[in-house]
Ligand binder design. Structure first.
Ligand SMILES: Cc1ncc(COP(=O)(O)O)c(C=O)c1O
Length: 399
């Protein structure tokens, strides 16, 4: 093999230029997690409160189903829309949990809800479409929109509506300049805020009246502490529901979620998924089917979140964090830090490096006002919550 002479410099290769669609904002929580993992690898003790990830393993039935599948049958492709038995089991979940009839044929299994978003956005929106989301809100919505050429329309929420988007806000935004879609979550990330049943009904019916597609991200269903969450499907079969096995079912890394679609959207999503994913991960689909039969274990895990939530909601105000968002559901608290800083990125950087607590800057969730906020996830161990409060308190006193 010819070896280049060291005296001849290698030809400079022209640099590749990333496409403009790739110039999206980073998902800061993921960047913080990478940095926290590096510190941990270097021997530092880190409490992970930066990503919304259950620390618990999925229930035994889930793991056993995956192991049994590995031991025997071929793990091949499934139908592009997923295993029919899983789609049927998800349909039963809607009957059992909400009393809502959904045909299995309307369910598309996806690669996490993240994969579901891409399918739903591509199926519904053309380049230049305007889609309304809450601010603060889940960063990936904005980032995926940017990559797909969809314009984000911010619906700003604050304590005056308990961080909930109301039908009036949507109607006003639509009057100002028509929107082509609405995407909301309840319980919400990063605030934990929930829409009341009446509010959800008003929003759903308004969208139907105005002809706006409504995507309801229900990924935090099951993780509510005051009252159960209602599905948008209870109010309209035209709503598109996104859900996932990541959060309540503790299956983040299995990358498995689902969409519930109106009949006319099933074939478009099927065509997209055939070519963009072929099929969702088969092993994860087999395991996910067992997740629905593990309610007792999952409720125990949720009781742990409820204890963590109580520890933080009680302890954080004592450290001076007086303005906490509602935290009705999910496993997040969103804190006002304006008393200490106007730079949430720097604040979180110091908190990680000096106190060993990984938190996500509010800037991730709110590009305009998030410099005065941060988010803590309480999906970890109870002892970690107590230790995090101690570390944050000591650090603030030293600052
Ligand atoms: C509101 C919301 N939707 C969707 C997701 C994505 O979850 P997954 O792709 O693991 O289903 C998250 C993850 O944090 C989230 O907070």
């Amino acid at each position: 093999m010819p070896v280049a002479s060291p005296s001849v410099p290698p030809p400079t290769l022209p640099q590749l230029i990333p496409a403009r669609r790739a110039a999206i904002a980073p998902f800061i929580a993921m960047d913080v997690m990478r940095e926290a993992n590096l510190l941990e690898k270097a021997g530092r003790s880190i409490i992970h409160m930066e990503v919304g990830e259950p620390s618990a393993a999925p229930p035994p039935l889930v793991r056993e189903a995956a192991i049994a599948a590995l031991g025997g049958q071929k793990v091949g492709y499934t139908d592009a829309l997923g295993l029919f038995s899983l789609r049927q089991r998800i349909a039963r979940h809607y009957r059992d949990t909400y009393g809502v009839a959904v045909e299995a044929e309307r369910i598309a299994v996806t690669t996490g809800s993240s994969g579901g978003f891409v399918m739903a956005f591509l199926a519904l929106f053309d380049v230049g479409a305007r889609v309304a989301v809450s601010a603060p809100g889940y960063p990936a919505y904005r980032n995926i929109f940017a990559a797909l050429g969809i314009e984000t329309v911010e619906l700003r929420t604050d304590a005056s509506t308990r961080f909930a988007v109301t039908a009036e806000m949507i109607a006003a935004a639509h009057r100002q300049k028509p929107v082509d879609g609405l995407l909301l979550m309840s319980p919400a990330n990063p605030t934990g805020a929930m829409l009341g049943d009446l509010q959800l009904r008003e929003v759903t019916e308004l969208c139907d009246r105005l002809g706006i597609p409504f995507i309801s991200d229900e990924i935090y269903h099951g993780l509510t502490y005051e009252r159960p969450a209602q599905t948008a499907l209870a109010f309209s079969q035209r709503a598109i529901v996104v859900n996932s096995f990541s959060k309540y079912y503790c299956m983040t890394g299995w990358r498995i979620g689902w969409l519930v679609l109106p009949p006319e959207m099933v074939r478009p999503v099927e065509r997209l998924q055939q070519s963009m994913a072929i099929s969702p991960p088969t092993l994860s689909q087999i395991a996910a089917e067992a997740a629905f039969d593990s309610r007792d274990e999952l409720e125990k895990i949720k009781e742990g979140y409820a204890r963590n939530r109580a520890i933080l909601l009680n302890g954080l105000p004592k450290l001076g964090f007086s303005d906490l968002a509602p935290a009705d559901g999910a496993f997040y608290v969103y804190l006002d830090i304006s008393r200490w800083t106007e730079d949430s990125t720097q604040f979180c950087h110091e908190l990680l490096h000096q106190a060993g607590v990984a938190a996500t800057p509010g800037l991730d969730f709110d590009p305009t006002q998030g410099n005065r906020a941060l988010r803590l996830s309480y999906a970890g161990a109870e002892a970690d919550m107590v230790e995090a409060l101690r570390r944050i308190g000591d650090w603030l006193a030293r600052r």
